[in-house]
Design a protein around this ligand. Sequence first.
Ligand code: ADP
Ligand code: GLC
Length: 479
Amino acid sequence: MKNVLFAASECVPFIKTGGLADVVGSLPQCLDKEEYDVRVIIPKYMCIDQKWKDQMTYVNHFYMDLNWRKQYVGILELEYEGIKFYFIDNEYYFAGSTPYSTERYDLEKFAFFSRAVLSALPIIGFRPDIIHCHDWQTGLIPVYLKDSFSDGEFYQGIKSIMTIHNLKFQGKWDIDTVKDLAGLADYYFTSDKLGDYDDGNYLKGGIVYADKVSTVSRTYAEEIKTPFFGEGLDGLMRARSNDLWGIVNGIDYTDYNPETDDKIYQNYSDANFRKMKVKNKVALQRDLGLEVDPKKMMIGIVSRLTDQKGFDLISCVMDELCQDAVQFVILGTGQEQYENMFRHFDWKYGNDVSANIYYSEELSHKIYAASDAFLMPSLFEPCGLSQLMSLRYGTLPIVRETGGLSDTVEPYNEYENTGTGFSFKNYNAHEMMGTIRYAEHVFYDKKRNWNKMIERAMKADFSWKQSAKQYEEMYESLF
Ligand code: ADP
Ligand code: GLC
């Protein structure tokens, strides 16, 4: 039996801003419980729903030195669906209405969190064999493990893994500030460690010091060794390529199940979707004030509205696409230019475009169930979970061939009648539009083929089963 501790900045069902939370919340459930005692530690944000806070119990508290500061560290715990979750409490750092604020402030917050995680371990009496760190917010943990926590029996031999969910976000600031925030000596700020030109870089520290590094799809693991996707760290990724694993994400097949999902209007399965799925579309059209027409193709988008997701391509051709016989339902928040772009088209084509610029778990499920196709033309995509959710609900993804999108969506082949979605190669608005129009053609003129594709999509297995095995393999490779 090995002990594994997941350390991260977000985790479902407690707090979520993106796919990271889905992964951290669902993977621990799927690792072999006979072999691994997996627990999770995250910050106790003020913005966590009161419902969860009421269920947490106080474990202990202490004061921790971080450079010249002395900070309160509270520890709370909660067991949920058989997994133990720990929460680090500090009302100064974890206040606010969202988990993240400005980058400078977040750097201080997560230096505190990373050190608090390690300092808390003897107190909670859990000695992990492996600390599995997720994204830049926990990048200092592997560094601290080799630094101030390297002595003494308790910490000796603890291994660490750094999983990269998005290389774009690294957590960096000028070296003097980072030195002060992290409480690390000059020694660490050369270019082979945390030094990144004039900056100190948390994620780089994690990648350099972790025993293994992983990312969330096989293709992205290859892409980040190249300058375009490497975000300045491609050299380091190449240097660590022997220890770099690419393991594709899964999704929670219980939460995302069209047969039992209570957030959607009408349950359906891969056997009865031909009759039942469309009821979700009609009900959503009615609820969102769109023209009610069961035959009209509906394209869904559920996403952070950022450059990463390819929204500049959509903005180029949206007006043209709105001339077609399609409806667009958008759910997302993010960059103002994209929020306003969708609000504009909602205003201009009210019968066929519905822009919902907010966050809603419930509406997201309704869109996955109701739409015919799901659009995700990302510039880069480490894995992507939305296309997996769409596949599960028989909503065919239209994606750009990059990262995890390449690994999970098999493009339609009209000659062999294979595939689970549509894809295009170049980051080009008209190439995307051509692919969307091809999908429209299959939807309207080749219904049998479309339905066969739905069947294949719904039968494809993107649960954690296979990927959890690969994580276990990576864990075993450490010993
Ligand atoms: P990323 O992590 O890059 O944002 P993913 O596709 O991996 O992209 O995961 C996005 C997750 O966030 C999915 O579970 C998706 O349903 C959810 N999501 C994104 N925006 C919203 C929103 N506005 N409301 C509800 N869920 C959202
Ligand atoms: C990141 C990536 C996304 C991935 C998610 C979970 O947010 O942008 O592609 O699916 O992490 O790993």
